[in-house]
Unconditional design. Structure first.
Length: 470
């Protein structure tokens, strides 16, 4: 694999030195480092012969020859390109007129669908990073994402892993004005979240080298990277989401074109995959950005509305309870689309738990007040001796009463937690019973034994959290 670009000039181009000169803006770097393409009918015959030979090699990759033969082919390809480029440095700037002015890098992006091509692609980028931004002459027909190598790389199942390397050594490319209307960040994310498994290491590498990308906005949906990581085919890991959100906390309350926050997206993902991981992501967002619980989409939808008809799953029940505790008024709020997102109070589960959560909230306030009593009484007794004698007896009586009241309130709070747990389990059993009635074979008499765990085998916590009442 190609080594990082040298800090010395290679082929007339300063490759890395100016990137690390912090006093210069990325735009200034782009102006200084920009090179224009050379059409193959404008170069010397010798250069054209060498370019055509490389082009033919790229177009003739023996895909049916087996992995060993293909690996050897790419090794010979990069050796040949390195040797020819050393003699003719302008080769990295040549584009093929008969192929819509495609550079060698463009051809590799489209024809070599394998990581085996990465050393060659890195070498070509090192020699001429401007080629990442060159457009084919048919870009208006084919689309910018097909014609410009930086987009092709970002949106390719094998090549998107090069984005962290590009972000590290050529950040001015990603900051180029030509990319600002449509940042390739979202093509990169799409490849990360829609594969078989999310490569968290590649994601971390890219955003560690290029953290400003977390503030990018998708021009079509007005979504942030956090929205996208919660909306992919592959479920985002909790630790990765926390790492991303910590780097750009303001994105937790940013709304997309529909007015959805990342909490809306997380709640939707929870309904599609009611896992402990998604539950913890929802809890993390609520903890770090509690205001997002109150934020409405354009149609009046709150995050709590997204959890419609999902009260039989323990992890969703837990988030529903947290949302009700955090924003109790939301239980009766309607949306502009009541058929799709009815008021939470229309669901039996909410009707059953809402009175308990309201009582729980009131008790939490009482307990907080009572726990402050000892300190208040101590302050009251801090006056002169005559004053202490006058009020000490009353304070002792009041202290006894407050202690008794605190014990009763705490006991009732625990009882409410138990009652909420019973309601949640009953909802689970009712749903499972209905499924069994529909799908069980005739004459079947045995049913699964219900347990007290969530979908991931862990005990659920139905007790209140002080943060919910802040």
């Amino acid at each position: 694999m190609s080594s990082p670009p040298s800090k010395k000039s290679r082929g007339g181009h300063s490759l890395v030195g100016s990137v690390h000169v912090r006093a210069k803006s990325y735009r200034r770097m782009a102006e200084e480092r920009w090179t224009s393409p050379l059409s193959d009918d404008e170069v010397t015959p010798e250069v054209k012969v060498q370019y055509d030979a490389i082009k033919d090699s790229i177009l003739s990759i023996p895909w049916t020859s087996g992995v060993v033969a293909i690996r050897r082919y790419f090794q010979e390809l990069i050796s040949g390109i390195q040797m020819k480029a050393a003699i003719h440095p302008t080769l990295a700037r040549v584009v093929a007129r008969d192929m819509h002015h495609s550079s060698m890098l463009t051809l590799l992006c489209h024809k070599a669908h394998t990581p085996l091509a990465h050393p060659t692609m890195k070498f070509l980028i090192e020699r001429n990073p401007s080629a990442l931004l060159w457009k084919r002459d048919d870009w208006e027909t084919m689309g910018i994402e097909y014609s410009m190598p930086i987009y092709t790389i970002a949106n390719h199942h094998a090549h998107h892993v090069l984005l962290p390397w590009i972000a590290e050594y050529f950040p001015w490319v990603l900051e180029h004005p030509a990319l600002q209307a449509r940042p390739p960040t979202f093509d990169f994310i799409a490849q990360c979240i829609n594969g078989i498994a999310l490569n968290a290491n590649i994601v971390r590498q890219f955003f560690a080298k290029y953290p400003q990308a977390l503030s990018h906005v998708d021009p079509s949906q007005k979504s942030t990277p956090l929205h996208h990581f919660l909306s992919g085919f592959t479920e985002c890991r909790l630790d990765l989401f926390q790492w991303l959100a910590t780097k750009c906390p303001t994105a937790l309350v940013q709304q997309n074109a529909l007015g959805w926050t990342p909490l809306h997206a997380a709640c939707l993902a929870l309904t599609e995959s009611p896992s402990k991981n998604m539950k913890e992501i929802c809890k993390f967002i609520i903890q770090r950005a509690p205001q997002s619980v109150h934020m409405m989409a354009l149609d009046g939808t709150l995050p709590i509305h997204i959890l419609k008809n999902c009260h039989s799953k323990p992890n969703m029940q837990e988030i529903m309870l947290i949302l009700l505790r955090t924003y109790p008024e939301s239980h009766s709020m309607t949306t502009k689309n009541p058929a799709s997102y009815p008021a939470p109070s229309s669901h039996q589960f909410v009707k059953k738990v809402m009175p308990l959560t309201l009582e729980e909230r009131e008790l939490q306030g009482t307990i907080t007040h009572l726990r402050k009593m000892p300190a208040n009484l101590t302050m009251a007794l801090g006056g002169d001796n005559d004053q202490q004698v006058m009020i000490s007896s009353a304070c002792k009586v009041f202290a006894t009463w407050s202690k008794s009241k605190l014990t009763l309130s705490e006991g009732r709070l625990k009882a409410i937690s138990t009652e909420l747990g019973v309601i949640c389990k009953a909802e689970e059993q009712a749903k499972d019973t209905s499924y069994q009635a529909i799908f069980s074979a005739p004459g079947a008499t045995e049913t699964e034994q219900e347990d007290t765990t969530d979908d991931d085998g862990e005990d659920l916590d139905y007790s209140s959290d002080d943060s919910c009442f802040a």
